[in-house]
Design a protein around this ligand. Structure first.
Ligand code: ZN
Length: 295
């Protein structure tokens, strides 16, 4: 509402306007069964548009599709004569304001009533959505699914955001509720799977012999891979898990590099020299792999 003129939303005084004419910014439809009549109406519309346009040249909103009061776009315009001699075009709402109210005060009161009603309505909508802290705690106590989701909230942004909304006091929509429980279920499953894998690995390593050093034949599954670049170019680094659970890290053998790069969980065998890590007897590094092949 940048319009500072006497016709602006703030300044407009219904007492000073007199209705002149109305127009549509859209051309009339052509009726194929009545071409002559349609063309006549179209010509009339064009002429009227030219006339009206000429009246608003050089004003703040010269376009016939902008309201001189609020600046909004409009399809139907209404022209009024102002006491000052100005011609003014108003959209439906602003035209109603000057036509159905006698004075500025009258209009101001109507606007206050409208605003109060809008406030009441939005307050009612908020109240309808609000849940109390007690209800929330009650749900934590009685709904195991909700409690589970609450516990893992920090592992998943989506779950956290929805919970946060709720903690702020808003009830979810049905859709949000569904999405929340779905996400929580998936997150729990994902975590459980990871935990099972970790447990399995721990059990395996408990009985695994320490990694042996020196030149040896290595057979296992590629469980991790990453491209690294250095002064000599790009190399694909891989982690291979041996059948006893020990893991070795090094550059992927050139012969099988393409397959390892393209596929996940590739099983390989090769010969290389191994050095154990200083702080993990089940982890080491391999160098100069040869005689590589896929299994
Ligand atoms: Zn308007």
């Amino acid at each position: 509402m940048k319009n500072k003129s006497k016709h602006s939303w703030v300044n407009i005084d219904p007492a000073n306007y007199e209705y002149v004419d109305s127009y549509s910014t859209k051309p009339p439809r052509i009726d194929p069964h009545n071409l002559d009549g349609s063309i006549y109406l179209l010509e009339l519309w064009r002429k009227q548009r030219e006339d009206f346009r000429a009246k608003f040249v050089g004003t703040q909103y010269p376009s016939l599709s902008r309201c001189d009061c609020c600046g909004a776009h409009m399809i139907y315009g209404n022209i009024f004569n102002h006491d000052s001699g100005d011609l003014v075009k108003l959209g439906e709402t602003c035209a109603d304001n000057v036509e159905f109210h006698d004075s500025k005060r009258d209009l101001a009161q109507k606007r206050l009533r409208d605003r109060a009603k809008a406030d009441r309505d939005s307050q009612k909508r908020l109240e309808a959505r609000r849940i109390t802290r007690r209800e929330m705690i009650n749900e934590l106590k009685t709904n195991p699914e909700f409690r589970e989701a609450f516990k893992i909230r920090k592992r998943n942004d989506f779950i956290y955001d929805l919970l946060w909304k709720r903690i702020q006091g808003y009830k979810w929509t049905e859709r949000q509720e569904e999405a929340f429980y779905e996400a929580a279920k998936k997150q729990v499953e994902f975590y459980d799977k990871k935990q099972i894998e970790l447990n399995e690995r721990e059990a395996k390593l408990a009985t695994a012999p320490n990694l042996t050093e020196g030149k040896q034949s290595i057979t296992g599954k590629v469980i991790g891979k990453k491209w690294k670049s250095d002064d000599w170019g790009c190399t694909l680094k891989i982690i291979v898990e041996l059948s006893d659970g020990n893991r070795v890290w090094g550059t992927a053998p050139a012969k099988v590099l393409e397959t390892i790069d393209e596929e996940d969980g590739v099983k390989v065998t090769f010969t290389a020299s191994v050095i154990a890590s200083d702080n993990d007897p089940h982890f080491g590094f391999f160098k100069r792999p040869t005689k590589a092949s896929l299994i």
